[in-house]
Design a protein around this ligand. Sequence first.
Ligand code: GLV
Ligand code: MN
Ligand code: MN
Length: 422
Amino acid sequence: MWGAIEHLGRDDRTRGYLRDAWSPADLELRAWFRQEAARRGLAVREDRNGNLWAWWGDPSDRPGVVTGSHLDSVRQGGAFDGPLGIVSAFAALDALAAKGFEPARPLGIACFTDEEGARFGVPCTGSRLLTGALDPDRARGLTDDEGDSMAEVLRRAGRDPGALGRDDETLGHVGVFVELHVEQGRGLVHAGAPVGVASTIWPHGRWRFDFRGQANHAGTTRLQDRDDPMLPFARTVLHARELAERGGVVATFGRLRVSPGNANAVPGLVSAWLDARGGDETAVRTLVAELTAFSGAEVGNESWTPAVDFDAVLRDRLALVAAEAVARRTAPPDAADGRGRPPRSARDAAGGAAGAVAPVPVLPTGAGHDAGILAAAGVPGAMVFVRNPTGISHSPEEHAEASDCHLGVAALAAILEDLCQS
Ligand code: GLV
Ligand code: MN
Ligand code: MN
């Protein structure tokens, strides 16, 4: 599967990915998703918000266990953020089918649309629209760099923008959602573990800062006559860093539009996007308020995602199930029973309590995910992380070793099996 998609949307000069929502690359990836589902006899449907669902069993009978992730990327992103969760989902279903497993409840794979928000600025529009966290009128009016609205882009892709909005029927099919994802830091590297599970997602948001000035000639305008918006912008970037250090949070200006954008002109407008996150919501909001006041810019909030605490009971159970699955795959031959399993289950070996196999690490994350949007809407969820040796993400250097990806699949398969039994 990896080989079938690795070239789609790849910039061969940088090796980075350009998979904006509804771009030709995204449409090809969506077609690939449908083919993979069809090859396995899974029924696929696209919901009113462009999210794809492949089902083993009928979720209208009973809410199902769903896994999956997204196929779009940030601009010049890595190969794993998103696609690893989708490829692993298909691979986990294959592993379950191969052992003759018959799910007692429907099992689904979701491919969420536009998770990164690279095109229209707001992340997770697919899951936010599904849950009602994003107003459909606002979504339809969001524009891309070409000035095309989401409504126009959807129409061009043969979709009905009028259908966008909260979709209780589709949401009602999801009993629990588990997203596997490449880790976007080095927590698992430090823990020496190939797989982990998520505890929380930091609260995070995006703000647009517009600094206005007077466009003018770069050669003939005396310094004292200039109204150059690049200067308050530059001071604001430096101040953001100071405030972030003081507040124990992170703040990033990673996107900038300079108008008119001539090397030989003082700009008339500098628009910059702040991404701010942290473990403490008040600290994030304080930073944004102080920076707004300092900047003198017009500031608008483009998205906000509150903190998400994944259900602790589910998380701890899945951390143990994942650990057992990893142990089964990595057990030395003399500890196994000939079928690659440790002598007894971890729980039995500990006399009914955990002990023989320690649960996989439980980690917080500063990255946003559709699993967080669903959890905020009341859908129980969890995340499985796969070790990333570079710790780098949203960049072509993002990486996961194939052996760790296989352990991730084994952990995911065991988790789905566990969740499908009840
Ligand atoms: C998505 O990956 C985000 O954290 O912004
Ligand atoms: Mn991402
Ligand atoms: Mn992602």
